[in-house]
Design a protein around this ligand. Structure first.
Ligand code: NAD
Ligand code: TYD
Length: 348
């Protein structure tokens, strides 16, 4: 039995996580606290909004008074902390927004949990969702393990690394029961089209250029979002307190090969002549401080808790494209207004 505060539940990963917990565990109560920034969208949760074990609160994780009031009102036994500023390019433009939400917001949540739980820590859990980007950039060889030294290189990854350190500090200093997982790049439905995969799907649909930073040789390890939230479920229930678990898809792609695969599948699905979408590929100025390669060693999670990714990438990409093609209203909605301003500043 749990009453869980999920932060950032209206975002990409948070919405999949909220849906999984609300539907799989009817006896749990899930309160979703989300500021509804440009990345938060209640449409992502329309199918579960009416569930009696789900409740939404609009608010900011840096607001300690609000957090204290929510802990008092709902008596949370667990926090799953997903809320964050999450896009590297935006962190290059506005680093302080990332410090505010990712560092100060995480510290405020930890403080609120500590104040509320006091010495009664049995069956309590603060689960922090983090990223593999805290480990920095790999060369052509090697994998990130849980023991890899932190070496963040973008304002985004530095802010996430700081938040991870804060979580561990509350564990060691105050005995707060914590778990952390560091996951590789996610993809799937409800992914905001500022990130590579949904941006390219949207641009292929609209016959717009596909911007590839630098030479397209950077490598990411992609995981289907539902596999990620299944791993979170496993760690939440069976992982050891105080531990960190890496989550990854064993699925490395260079950006250019990945975009070519998207083009190939979308030509087929849109009945376009073979090679049509690939003509949209456009090499653009590289991202500042662009990390070369991320790749995860997820063997601790596999050996300790039996988790392995379930989907082959080609199948996951196919499902993702199908979802975007079937949800053109969602896509039109999130790419109106502010998105156009962002896109113009970032790419034109
Ligand atoms: P997202 O940007 O899609 O969603 C973030 C959510 O947090 C949004 O709903 C937004 O409204 C909310 N939010 C932002 N600032 C807030 C604040 N101050 N108070 C309350 N809510 C706020 O992000 P995502 O891709 O779903 O990532 C979720 C978490 O997973 C993040 O912590 C991210 O660092 C981590 N992560 C993401 C990936 C990935 O590939 N997307 C990979 C590994 C880890
Ligand atoms: P992104 O989806 O932003 O995730 P992250 O930077 O957190 O890994 O980018 C994935 C890769 O794609 C990364 O190497 C940067 C690259 N990229 C492009 O080449 N063009 C783009 O327009 C974007 C958004 C990303």
């Amino acid at each position: 039995m749990h009453t869980i505060l999920v932060t950032g539940g209206a975002g990409f990963i948070g919405s999949h996580l909220t849906r999984l917990f609300v539907t799989k565990y009817p006896v749990y109560k899930v309160v979703n606290l989300d500021k509804l920034t440009y990345a938060g969208n209640l449409e992502n949760l329309r199918d579960i909004a009416h569930y009696s074990n789900y409740h939404f609160v609009k608010g900011d994780i840096t607001d300690l008074d609000l957090l204290r009031q929510l802990f008092k009102e709902h008596g949370f036994t667990a926090v799953i902390h997903c809320a964050a500023e999450s896009h590297v390019d935006r962190s290059i433009t506005d680093p302080l927004a990332f410090v505010r939400t990712n560092v100060l917001g995480t510290a405020a949540l930890l403080q609120a949990a500590r104040d509320s739980w006091g010495g009664e820590l049995e069956n309590k859990l603060f689960y922090h969702i983090s990223t593999d980007e805290v480990y920095g950039s790999l060369g052509k060889e090697g994998l990130f393990t849980e023991k890899t030294a932190y070496d963040p290189r973008s304002p985004y990854s530095a802010s996430k690394a700081s938040s991870d350190h804060m979580v561990r500090a509350f564990y060691h200093t105050y005995g707060l029961p914590v778990k952390i997982s560091n996951c590789s790049n996610n993809y799937g439905p409800f992914h905001f089209p500022e990130k590579l995969i949904p941006l390219c799907i949207n641009n292929i649909i609209n016959n717009k250029p596909l911007p590839i930073y630098g030479k397209g040789e950077n490598v990411r390890d992609w995981i289907y979002v539902e596999d990620h939230v299944r791993a979170i479920d496993t760690i939440f229930h069976a992982g050891r307190v105080g531990e960190t678990y890496n989550i990854g898809g064993h699925n490395e792609w260079t950006n250019i090969d990945l975009v070519k695969e998207l083009c190939r599948q979308m030509d087929e699905k849109l009945s376009r002549e073979k090679g049509t979408s690939a003509k949209l590929i456009t090499y653009v100025k590289d991202r500042a401080g662009h990390d070369l390669r991320y790749a995860i060693d997820a063997s601790k999670l596999k050996n300790e808790l039996g988790w392995v990714p379930s989907l082959q990438f080609e199948e996951g990409i196919s499902r993702t494209i199908d979802w975007y093609l079937a949800n053109s209203e969602w896509l039109a909605h999130v790419t109106s207004g502010d998105y156009q301003n962002y896109y113009a500043k970032q790419y034109l």
